[in-house]
Design a binder for this molecule. Sequence first.
Ligand code: GLY
Length: 366
Amino acid sequence: MRTVTVELGDRRYPIHIAAGLLASAADHLAPLARGRTMAIVTDENVRPHADTLQAVLAAAGVRSEAIVLPPGEKTKSWEHLAGLCDRLLDLGVERGDHVVALGGGVIGDLVGFACAILKRGCHFVQIPTTLLAQVDSSVGGKTAINTRAGKNLIGAFHQPSLVLIDPSLLDTLPLREVRAGYAEVVKYGLIDDPAFFEWCEANGAALLAGDPAARDHAIAHAVAAKARIVAADEHETNGTRALLNLGHTFGHALEAEAGFSQKLIHGEGVAAGCSLAFAFSAAQGIGSGQDAGRVAAHFRSVGLPDGLAAAGIAASGATLVDHMRHDKKMAAGTLPFLLARGIGRTYLDKSVDLADVAAFLDAQPR
Ligand code: GLY
């Protein structure tokens, strides 16, 4: 088992990573249960993993109660938040209790937020079941729901007490979901780790084909990077954590244009968005066309979209920039962009002119 610690002073917490970890989860959860009933929140898609967890807890003498929600982004809503809080209150969850979030990013974000506000804050444990959640959303304490006005606009920073990552849970995840999570893995190389991007170029295909050694290495490496960044800038105030948004501003505009639907799922938006961020940097003379080409080629080679055409987006630059204007990172009329001087040399640029972005997008092949 590998363990990475998120160093946040008295709120520091471990992330344990091991294939098969779900089967021994009781070793980590039983001490937190304090003889009380543990609530496990999950969705219908991963119900079998919840059944496994309940069985291993029962074998260790821990009572548990599963709350099973519908899968999908629509579950990150006011209605489901209210329903979940009521269920947790009915179960008598106390501040000292640990609620388990077993699922992908939707479950992690919803349960994390419910635990941030339940009795002004109770503990929670993340057991992520998608690659995207394992390498990104389960670590770092960003929790949120979506509202009429947009995604993740209501939420809180609330760190989990423990994260248990079992890469073997990905064996049953659809390939499209694994690929989408892989985009976030590549992102860590693009941000500040060129050697890891090279590793991705050499091993990405094997990882997606299910090679456990490649998968476990990538997860551990990505989690260590995320833990470092979160420890340096927990609340995204000094620019360090903002680097994790690489590809997200372009990607978010594409996802919005696709109606946040199955047409373009988040990780696919991130792959296209990273490709566009590098291409825009090259077009502005900040980075090289060669690096932008390498980034696009890698995403293409593993079946991820590398731009507008591959993402199936035909909208004009003006329309896409209009989506960007609703980004929650807008500050005093300016939208900060993650641009790149090269692979592994990403920085936050607050002087990007949205008219240049629109013209660049208009020039992209459709
Ligand atoms: N997913 C971006 C962050 O956690 O900051």
